[in-house]
Write a protein that binds this ligand. Sequence first.
Ligand SMILES: Nc1nc2c(ncn2[C@@H]2O[C@H](COP(=O)(O)OP(=O)(O)OP(=O)(O)O)[C@@H](O)[C@H]2O)c(=O)[nH]1
Length: 626
Amino acid sequence: MATLQSLIGLINKIQRACTVLGDHGGEGMSLWEALPSVAVVGGQSSGKSSVLESVVGRDFLPRGSGIVTRRPLVLQLHKTEGGVDYAEFLHAPKKRFTDFAAVRREIQDETDRITGKTKHISNIPIQLSIYSPNVVNLTLIDLPGLTKVAVEGQADSIVEDIENMVRSYVEKPNCIILAISPANQDIATSDAIKLAREVDPTGERTFGVLTKLDLMDKGTNALDVWIQHTISVLEGRSYRLQHPWVGIVNRSQADINKNVDMIAARRKEREYFESSPDYGHLASKMGSEYLAKLLSQHLEVVIRQRIPSIIALINKTIDEINAELDRIGRPIGGDSGAQLYTILEMCRAFERVFKEHLDGGRPGGDRIYGVFDHQLPAALKKLPFDRHLSTRNVQKVVSEADGYQPHLIAPEQGYRRLIDGSISFFKGPAEASVDAVHFVLKELVRKSIAETEELKRFPTLQSDIAAAANEALERFREEGRKTVLRLVDMESSYLTVDFFRKLHLEPEKIPNPQGPNAPNGPNAPNQDRYSDNHFRKIGSNVSAYIGMVCDTLKNSIPKAVVYCQVLSAKRSLLNNFYAQVGRKEKERLGAMLDEDPQLMERRATLAKRLELYKQARDDIDSVAWK
Ligand SMILES: Nc1nc2c(ncn2[C@@H]2O[C@H](COP(=O)(O)OP(=O)(O)OP(=O)(O)O)[C@@H](O)[C@H]2O)c(=O)[nH]1
């Protein structure tokens, strides 16, 4: 019996959990649907409410003549270890009823609230929990009585409406049917048995209950035949169901009027069967207490059968919740160690994606080569050396460098000035390469942040990482800028001596590109021709030298840029950030892991659901293996 208590208590627990989760059945196979319940079905005034009350052991249901039960009543019985009995309605959860006459009034009022004070019915259930040491754990459903005719004030459809509503409860395969028939009517015409046979043809979940046995024992001959018939039903010889029929003696209207209490009624019922000449031999298998026991035993069997499918359903739900939790990300532990760990994990995930972009696993890194392959050569080509090394400018620069004494052999100062002036032009394209690569890297940082799945839920951390990475890129850009400018300056600082030494060994063979009538062509005056040729040669020498420098820089600028910017970004983009994070207080770390409030709420709800389902599974496991 102890096992049974815990088993049914567990089912009540799961059902309560379902209510908390808002899982009342409906679409698909829900947990609620998988659990058994007991529905009381019978004609009007057949004694349904009386049977329910006997099982519960309390007076609390509205009773009277005519149609009394007009809404389904879902009744959960909870066995307590002691203390006073009390009741609670789902529609008024804060109110504890200890006066059961008040419970009866509340059922009436709550019925009227939906149906009005008419004789109409409603299929919206009233949910009532009763806590008492004198009950077994059961969920019972009291349903409006089946009828054959509408009474005055009721629509003709009511007969069908009630039948349909009752059918909607009892047709569920997990519903155990308590089919109530009064013994003073022919079972052949019992609406309860008719409906039960329809929805449960094999009779495996139907319990036949005969009420009002006491109303037919004041013997006449005709009654004797009737009683023999009743005995044959109770002995299982006619109208056989898979479960034995149980005879019941409830309180008569006169008992109710005299306020005979439940305990006295049970005692009276027991005495009735024990002393009955007709049913005495069946006494141990009759009465409301026996019915309650029978029901409980059956529930145990049914629940045990259901355990595998209930566990499967719970496991499926747990898997679904876990999958969603994985998708939106697990909650982070509250201690600073866990927070720090999470932040570093996120950073590493970002760095992984960023490196993939550079190394070719993801697109974008090739744009850096594009800078060296197109942008830099194009910019170098556009440098205005033609203008700077035109004969006129060469003459101007050389003359200025000579001062009052024109040079005699080679214009050493003039060469230097022309070369320095030319080399300084390289600074523009060198800096432009640094900037271009900087912007490619910045764009890759932006992309990598957006593509790091793990980071998606942490908008604050996203912008922190972006800020840290961009700050580092700025530093690398500055480093790159300094380095390429230094490369250019180095070209000015020491000239390649061999180049000029070789010049002397070469014969003069400078064609005049500007034609014979040009100012320095063959038709120009002699003096001019001499100096023009002279300066053109200087210009051409400088130009050749600058061409050589240009080739060198075209190769060395990319090396400097990659060294200072690309490799640094790959190696140490977040190094400063790591140092900063390591020094941060717990609160600051928490703030970095701020999430979208909606997401947090969703996670909390899911976590709660998960907890409930896991609890339910643990409970079932602990009972299932007893
Ligand atoms: N003598 C006697 N009277 C009974 C018995 N069972 C029920 N009654 C009386 O029959 C009347 C109807 O009983 P209820 O329990 O209200 O019947 P019900 O099926 O719930 O009625 P509705 O909800 O109106 O359909 C009441 O006056 C009860 O006292 C019984 O076993 N013996």
